[in-house]
Design a protein around this ligand. Sequence first.
Ligand SMILES: Cc1cc2nc3c(=O)[nH]c(=O)nc-3n(C[C@H](O)[C@H](O)[C@H](O)COP(=O)(O)OP(=O)(O)OC[C@H]3O[C@@H](n4cnc5c(N)ncnc54)[C@H](O)[C@@H]3O)c2cc1C
Length: 426
Amino acid sequence: MMQPVTESPNGKGILVIGGGIAGMTAAIEAAETGCDVVLVEKAPYLGGRVSRINQYFPKLCPPTCGLEINFKRIKNNARITVLSQAEVAEVTGTPGDYRVTVKVSPRFVTDACTLCGQCAEVCPAERPDEYNMGLGTTKAAYLPYAMAFPAAYAIDRAACKEGCTACAEACAYGAVDLAQEPEEKVFEVASVVAATGWTPYDANKIDNLGFGRYPNVVTNVIMERLAAPNGPTAGKILRPSDQAQPKSVAFVQCAGSRDENHLPYCSAVCCAASLKQATYVKAMDPAAEAVIFYIDIRTPGRLEDFRTKVVEEQGVELVKGKVAKVEEDPVTHDLLVTAEDVLGGRKVTRRFHMVVLATGIVPNTDGLPAGFTLDEFRFIAAPEGKTGLYGAGCVRRPEEVSATVQDATGAALKAYQCVVRSAHHG
Ligand SMILES: Cc1cc2nc3c(=O)[nH]c(=O)nc-3n(C[C@H](O)[C@H](O)[C@H](O)COP(=O)(O)OP(=O)(O)OC[C@H]3O[C@@H](n4cnc5c(N)ncnc54)[C@H](O)[C@@H]3O)c2cc1C
């Protein structure tokens, strides 16, 4: 189905791939200059990884208010078309004149959804809860999370029991449409911004740190969900083996990052993330031990004050030394962390109730349409010469949210320049 973007006063619009904080920012900033924007998100909700963070460093506030403001700006801006459960299949053309094919998967729930939840109530099937990193399940008829945008349930047909139509029968608003089919839409735009973000490095690949073998070794992204009030443990950090509150937690920095065998680069946000997560442990129990094993603590700029505050005011311990191995006491499921204590000039082995691996950031560039230039680590590189294809956010380099927002604003400006150029030449 051909569906060109309505022409902006200044020419063609732009298309943004990825609806995390970077993609939402690029879309909103471009739309607020008067440009039409299509925002393509593969998940059933916007917000990306940020929506799964418990609290933001350095302020330690929940990300909900910031996200809500962005959702409102999108909702109130008629220039932005949001396509969720959608992916770009192809981009053809030249700067200022691209043709983008988007494949949209059915949600099986229409705009008539009132979030009453009756569909999930009667649904007999379950699926892994991807929003909560697979910790627990949801029904096949599910709301990704309480303040999800678009605010509508979705139905995972792959998880449904064969022939089941219980959700459609239960919906008093006729909002369940199990006959929906995949759609293909084509857009003509001046520029494309890729803001596809990142995936955590697969901790199963780091053999010596025990993830996947020992239940009480978790990753930093799992820790965010364990600490979140809307997470699988309702915000209580409980160790997976026995659901007990840990009295001691070790954070292992550079779990994969700065390692030629895994990710050779620094993932930039993990030091501040672990300092923040140490405050989650202390908030739960001020007497609990929180120890961060690090190679270098990288907290530049305003994050330096955050580090000082966390260490001095909360009594978080920093041990300079790369962790050599994590082993498990098979009786208690406690963990034995062996590291070089560089400043103490000795090797140490210490016992903890839980270990959190600060796994790094891998850019989501596989499957991007042709035309984007990638660097040696597969992040989107700065384009050479004049182009209409730009990266924004963590798909360009690992960075915290405020830097991501600035980067995305810059990408929106570059994309808008293409729009203006195309209007003058087109
Ligand atoms: C453990 C941890 C804790 C953190 N805590 C903080 C913190 O407290 N404060 C802070 O400032 N920063 C924090 N960060 C960093 C923060 O997560 C990033 O800055 C932020 O996620 C970057 O946003 P993004 O939009 O670039 O990427 P993402 O959040 O990854 O969003 C990308 C979006 O693109 C979508 N997408 C991917 N591929 C496609 C595709 N092919 N088609 C369509 N859509 C696609 C995804 O579904 C997603 O919605 C933390 C990072 C980690 C690892």
